[in-house]
Design a protein around this ligand. Structure first.
Ligand code: URA
Length: 205
């Protein structure tokens, strides 16, 4: 017996966009990835966080920022007094890009062509959520949101105008914090990330 057909969500809604994104073939990344990892969070969120692309665990679970970088993100937002349940969290690129190495899948940075193709989804997420503030986590998200080629250090930590209705705030990607070998520097950089997120909290209000 045929499986019952699920009714499609109404056109022009976030749910419809999410359903449409499941079948995305705009760039070749869908070939190797398990699934599209779409954004997650309330439709009326005041703040949208944009990461780079799903990692290994996100690819398997179909949810953004639930792996190691997600744990760093969760700890930092909590320390900064933010509640993830009130945030919309998404990525610049919605499929996991990797190279297999033995049993492991090694993350690869998406190229600008892939980022450009995936902007189609990001732009629609922004249109539907209409956040007051968009937070770019790292250089890929910043490039996806602005085309900007500035160094992250030059744009980090201050609110900029994204368009007439929205502010943009730029900070580092949580994975950067996982890659710092020196314990002292790691602690300092973690503190700085939390301080950035506290500014996000202030801008939200
Ligand atoms: N890194 C990202 O940029 N996004 C995720 O969802 C997970 C890791």
């Amino acid at each position: 017996r045929a499986a019952p057909i699920e009714p499609l969500p109404p056109a022009g809604t976030l749910e419809a966009l999410r359903t449409e994104a499941r079948g995305c073939t705009r760039c070749p990344l869908h070939c190797k990835a398990t699934q599209t990892v779409f954004g997650e969070g309330p439709e009326n969120a005041a703040v949208m966080f944009v990461g780079e692309q799903p990692g290994d665990q996100e690819d398997l679970a179909g949810r953004p920022f639930i792996g190691p970088a997600g744990k760093v993100f969760d700890a930092a937002i909590t320390e900064a007094g933010l509640d993830r349940r009130r945030l919309y969290v998404t990525n610049a690129v919605k499929h996991f890009k990797y190279e297999p190495r033995g049993k492991r899948r090694i993350h690869q940075k998406p190229n600008m062509g892939e980022v450009q193709q995936c902007r189609w989804w990001l732009a629609r997420e922004i249109d539907l959520i209409r956040p007051k503030l968009v937070v770019a986590l790292g250089a890929t998200a910043y490039a996806a949101l602005t085309d900007g080629r500035e160094k992250l250090g030059d744009v980090r930590g201050r609110a900029m105008t994204l368009d007439t209705n929205r502010l943009l705030f730029v900070t580092v990607h949580p994975s950067y914090l996982l890659r710092i070998p020196d314990a002292r520097k790691s602690q300092d950089e973690n503190r700085r990330f939390v301080a950035d997120l506290a500014v996000v909290g202030d801008l939200m209000r």
